[in-house]
Design a protein around this ligand. Sequence first.
Ligand code: NAD
Ligand code: FES
Length: 281
Amino acid sequence: MFRITKKTLLAPNIYLMDVYAPRIAKAAKPGQFLIVRVHEKGERIPLTICDYNVEEGTVTIVTQTVGASTNLICAKEEGDAFLDVVGPLGRPSEFVEETLDDLKSKKILFVAGGVGTAPVYPQVKWLHQQGVDVDVIIGAKSKEHIILNEQMSAIAKNVYIATDDGSLGTKGLVTTVLTDLIENKGKAYDVVVAIGPMIMMKFVSLTTKKYNIKTIVSLNTLMVDGTGMCGACRVSVGEKILFTCVDGPEFDGHLVNFDEAMRRQIMYKSAEGQKLRKQEK
Ligand code: NAD
Ligand code: FES
C-alpha cells in the first residue's frame, strides 16, 4: 500500500509523485488534501491533492523540499512506499456543490503561486470536465520554477504567466497581471481563487477587495491530526476561529487574518529548522 508508482522532477526541488492509494483516489474531490507519514516516528505532513486516477488507484502529490519532513518525502523513489497516507481530508472546493448553470454563469480566475499551482490543477481540470472554462495566472520566481504550464494550458481558457525576473511572461508578481487584466484588459471576474504562499494570498485578496470580487483562498497551515482535535491549524476568519483541516482548507480571502496565520507559520518554521539541523548532523 501507498507505493510510489511514479516520481518526476518538475522544477528545482519540486517533485511530482503518483502514490497507490485506491480508496483515496475513489473518494477525492478537488480542493481536498491528504496527510502523509514517512516512518513510524515521522511527522504528519499535509499535502494538497494535485490529481487522482480512479482506474489506476493513484493520487498525485507535488512536494517541494522546504524542510526536514518534505526532504524525507522527496528522498523516496519509485517503488518505495509511505508508511501511511490518510485522506481525502478537508472540504471539497465550493464549486463542487454548485449547479452547472451557476458555474457557467460565472467568470472565474485562478491565481496559482509557485508550488500552489499543483492544487489549482485539479480544480481547473474538474471545471473543464463540466464544460466550464476558466482563466489562470501562474506566478513563480523564474521560468524554471513554473510548473504544470503545459497541462494547465490544455484545460484552461487562458493561462497568463508572471515571473519575478521576467524570464517568462510578464515581469512582476501575480498581482501585477491580476490588476492589468481587470484594469486594462476588460476582464470582469466574479470569483478569484488564489492558492500559493500565504503572502501572495494576502496581497491577491487585498487587490480583489478593491474591485469587490469574491475571493477564495486555500490555506496551508501547520497541521497535526487533521481531524479537528488538536487546534494546530486554527485560523481567524472574520469573527470566527476556524480549523483549516475540517472547516477548510478554503476560506473567504477577504476575511482571513493573514498576518496572524503567517506569524503561526514562522513559529512552525523555527521548530522545523531545529529538526532540519538535527537531521543534517
Ligand atoms: P514563491 O515564493 O516563488 O511565490 C510564487 C509567486 O507568488 C511569486 O512568483 C509571485 O508572483 C507571488 N507572490 C509572492 N509574494 C507576493 C506578494 N507579496 N504579493 C503578490 N504576489 C506575491 O512560491 P514558492 O516558493 O513556490 O512557494 C512556496 C510556498 O507556497 C510555500 O510557503 C508553501 O507552503 C506554499 N504552498 C501553498 C499551498 C496552498 O495550498 N496554499 C500549496 C502548496 C504550497
Ligand atoms: Fe489538528 Fe486541524 S490539524 S485541528
